[in-house]
Design a protein around this ligand. Structure first.
Ligand SMILES: Cc1cc2nc3c(=O)[nH]c(=O)nc-3n(C[C@H](O)[C@H](O)[C@H](O)COP(=O)(O)O)c2cc1C
Length: 189
């Protein structure tokens, strides 16, 4: 079937599945958390992670002020938590109290690490750009927290041990089907 073509790409949205992260931060004597689908691991050496945060988000000011954030990846069982922190603003509620979010102590920064995360990176902001209607914060990874038991060969996620949260539209969550896992023969031997 022929593909439709549009110049209004935003109508299409971003329907392809990806893991929604929860970015946490600490400033002004309090913690906050935001659902974040716009992120990218950008560099190995130095280890850098980028996140796109809208300037209207309460989190934006807290990250800018503290110069720190943690990025947390969660299992499908935490889908409600991800949506909850993406549905309300820290301006109006303390999300950690309201949603009873369990945390663990960070080792390098002051932003909390989520207890339910299977991997989380503590990042210090080393650069920032305005890109379109978002700010792109570049964070240097100072520490990584991970559940060793959910990683298998070559540190790939073991889908027998963890069902990562993915989403295809803001409120439509899914996970990876482990029966679909296959090793692909690359062109390089
Ligand atoms: C799945 C999902 C992904 C989201 N991704 C982003 C994102 O990448 N950047 C962003 O600024 N907001 C994103 N949002 C919206 C914020 O999470 C939402 O506006 C949140 O309530 C802001 O909270 P705050 O005002 O406490 O910062 C996303 C929301 C959801 C549900």
């Amino acid at each position: 079937m022929a593909k439709k073509v549009t110049e209004d790409a935003h109508l299409l949205g971003r329907p392809y599945p990806r893991s929604p992260a929860v970015v946490t931060m600490h400033a002004r004597g309090r913690d906050n958390a935001i659902a974040c689908g716009a992120y990218c691991h950008i560099s190995e050496e130095p280890p850098l992670y980028g996140i796109a945060i809208g300037p209207e988000r309460f989190s934006h000011g807290l990250i800018a002020e503290s110069g720190e954030f943690a990025i947390n990846f969660l299992p499908i069982e935490s889908a409600e938590l991800i949506l909850a922190v993406g549905d309300v603003s820290g301006r109006d509620v303390d999300k950690f109290t309201r949603f009873n979010i369990a945390t663990e102590k960070p080792v390098k920064i002051s932003a909390p690490v989520l207890a339910d995360a299977y991997v989380a990176y503590e990042c210090k902001v080393v650069d920032r750009f305005t890109i379109g209607d978002h700010s792109w914060f570049v964070g240097k990874i100072l520490a990584a927290h991970y559940r060793e038991e959910v990683f298998g060969e070559k540190m790939a996620l073991d889908l027998n041990k963890i069902s990562p949260a993915l989403y295809t539209k803001r409120t439509l969550f899914l996970t990876a089907d482990k029966s679909s896992l296959r090793r692909v023969q690359g062109v390089k031997q």
